[in-house]
Design a binder for this molecule. Structure first.
Ligand code: MEV
Length: 408
């Protein structure tokens, strides 16, 4: 299947849905879920959250042109902001002509944490935890036989001594960390359960008191990476040569490296793409956001998540590496039928494959934003799409946008 679909964006929406249904083999029931926006029933919603009242629908589109590791993907994206999907598709079209994205992912390793206080001798307690690591790992794995059967589970125990003075004296603590392979699940529930199961034994071993038992969302051992290398001629616009656009993009990147006000906006653009795929695929975008921004500070200060440099042959080289703790099973994924349809459109078989796609989409989004910003500006394309979105709304809901359109 090719993700290059000329004329796709200009099709009427129902025709577009039919085209995707044909390409991805969606059943009539699956297209109906997208068409009606009622994949979730009220009764289901009532079991998912508390004080449930109803359902807030969100537009779902598909980004075209993505080629990652020589494989084509149609990428479902759910987002309310105009121009994000068009930008990702345009940037992916450029990168595709340059051979596509190269992407990779580390193994999936998540961290669970147990905070132990009041140990009579913290150094000795730490030693005892390390010496009894196997017992703790066995106990954790016995509580999750399915995870173990799928080849995942708790792998390693770490123990660290920390302290912090909050103003009333130093609070000392021992942090027991469990390294867990969650396979194709994001794994939050599995990890939290494991931590709660082993906590009483950790108390016995350490003779301390356990306070927190929870996963860490800082998934810096589950990272994904994407890269693209674009010959300058593919970047040219009506007003600027490809070399000029390339050099301006590198200077825009330098701005983000030098200034946190710009770095945050630069990174927000990257997360536009990543979050939209996370929402479509039923993943916890707050967890992804929290980890991504922490990872952006790993050198000691907040920096742009991506890098844009000139390569040895004058090509524009972009790269992005981020923690990407995502799943394709478990969590909210099974409970929302529209997510199932999105995963069918995307056709991924492993969580690490989804992680690579998400990082490639983030990099594409960043390329599109920077290319627009250093040439015609963001407003021209963005506002054209924005006005399209509000043109047909009743006066009360969209009057500002309507006035703007009509004055043109
Ligand atoms: C808008 O949602 C995202 C941008 O501001 C990103 C950027 O400035 O790089 C266009």
């Amino acid at each position: 299947m090719s993700s290059r679909l000329p004329g796709f964006h200009a099709m009427p929406i129902r025709e577009r849905l039919r085209a995707i249904a044909r390409l991805c083999g969606l059943a009539p029931e699956e297209t109906r879920i997208l068409e009606s926006g009622d994949g979730l029933s009220l009764d289901q919603v009532d079991t998912m959250i508390e004080n449930a009242l109803g359902i807030l629908p969100l537009p779902m589109g598909v980004a075209t042109n993505f080629q990652i590791n020589h494989h084509d993907y149609l990428v479902p994206m759910s987002i309310e902001e105009p121009s994000v999907i068009a930008s990702a598709s345009n940037a992916a079209k450029i990168v595709r002509r340059a051979g596509g994205f190269r992407a990779d992912a580390s193994k999936r390793r998540m961290v669970g944490q147990i905070q132990v206080v009041n140990c009579p001798d913290f150094v000795e307690s730490r030693e005892r935890v390390i010496n009894q690591a196997d017992e703790l790992l066995n106990l954790a794995n016995q509580s999750q036989p399915n995870m173990k059967a799928r080849g995942g589970g708790a792998l390693e125990i770490e123990a660290r001594l920390l302290n912090h003075d909050v103003g009333d004296g130093t609070r000392e603590m021992l942090i027991v960390q469990v390294i867990i392979d969650t396979q194709d699940a994001m794994g939050a529930n599995v990890i939290d359960t494991m931590m709660e199961v082993i906590a009483p034994v950790v108390e016995q071993i350490t003779e301390g008191t356990v306070y927190l038992r929870i996963l860490s969302n800082y998934a810096d051992r589950s990272v994904a990476y994407a890269q693209c290398a674009i010959p300058p001629q593919l970047l040219e616009t009506a007003r600027f040569s490809g070399e000029e656009v390339r050099d301006r993009i590198v200077t825009a990147y330098a701005f983000a490296e030098a200034d946190v006000y710009r770095a945050v906006t630069h990174n927000k653009g990257i997360m536009n793409g990543i979050d939209a795929v996370a929402v479509s695929t039923g993943n916890d975008w707050r967890a992804i956001e929290a980890a991504a921004h922490a990872y952006a500070t790993r050198s000691g200060r907040y920096r742009p998540m991506s890098r844009w440099l000139v390569g040895a042959d004058g090509e524009l080289v972009g790269s992005l590496e981020l923690p990407m703790s995502v799943g394709i099973i478990g969590g909210a994924i099974g409970s929302n039928p529209a997510v199932g349809v999105a995963l069918k459109i995307l056709q991924v078989t492993k969580a690490t494959e989804l992680a690579q796609i998400m990082v490639a989409v983030g990099l594409a989004q960043n390329l599109a934003a920077l290319r627009a910003l250093v040439t015609e500006g963001i407003q021209k394309g963005h506002m054209a799409l924005h006005n399209r979105a509000y043109r047909d709304l009743p006066m009360e809901a969209g009057h500002q946008h309507r006035d703007h359109t009509e004055s043109k």
